[in-house]
Design a binder for this molecule. Structure first.
Ligand SMILES: Cc1cc2nc3c(=O)[nH]c(=O)nc-3n(C[C@H](O)[C@H](O)[C@H](O)COP(=O)(O)O)c2cc1C
Length: 168
């Protein structure tokens, strides 16, 4: 079985709560749950699968703790790593930059050699533009606790099931 780390950055705990829910659904794999605020670089090297969660705080802006960590990520070689992404955002107030930070993180980990999994169809999401939408699909799981909180559990459940083929 592959080793899994769920690594998140969260300013008002929405991404943290989503990370905990994902960890719960993957409990049979005993994933590590890590707040990027702690700056644990080793977790990126010692795990096969990285599930990375980030919220968006403005166009081109990463969540603060991810922003502080980013210089370390930019120096990593992620060749051979499997990466799945989830991103928190607000599609009603920020329809032109919905979950953009997940798109930025995707661009970086791809450039560093990671294989990304866990794409999601945009069907059912209301937004105008997202940097996380590439070739017509989201590069990871978008979650919107500000407007679609009632859909979060269902979206997580479906997404986690779709990841399992990459975890054994
Ligand atoms: C000042 C501010 C700027 C934001 N900018 C964006 C944005 O550009 N795109 C987006 O999708 N969400 C944006 N959001 C919404 C947050 O990403 C959303 O509330 C998220 O759930 C926060 O997650 P966290 O508590 O884990 O940090 C913004 C929220 C605030 C307060």
């Amino acid at each position: 079985m592959k080793s899994i780390a769920i690594i998140y950055g969260s300013s008002t705990e929405n991404t943290k709560r989503a990370a905990e829910k994902i960890a719960e659904r993957l409990s049979e794999y005993s994933p590590s749950l890590i707040d990027i605020y702690d700056g644990d670089e080793e977790a990126f090297h010692s795990n096969d699968v990285l599930i990375l969660g980030i919220s968006t705080w403005g166009v081109k802006d990463l969540q603060d703790d991810w922003s502080d960590f980013y210089h370390k990520l930019e120096k990593m070689d992620l060749t051979g790593k499997t990466v799945a992404l989830f991103g928190l955002g607000d599609s009603f107030i920020y329809p032109d930059s919905f979950v953009d930070a997940m798109g930025i993180l995707y661009e970086t980990v791809s450039e560093k050699g990671a294989t990304t999994v866990g794409e999601v169809s945009p069907d059912g999401y209301q937004f105008d533009y997202s940097r996380a939408l590439k070739n017509g699909v989201f590069v990871g799981l978008p979650l919107d606790e500000d407007n679609d909180a009632d859909l979060t559990d269902e979206r997580i459940e479906k997404w986690v099931e779709s990841l399992k083929e990459h975890l054994s």
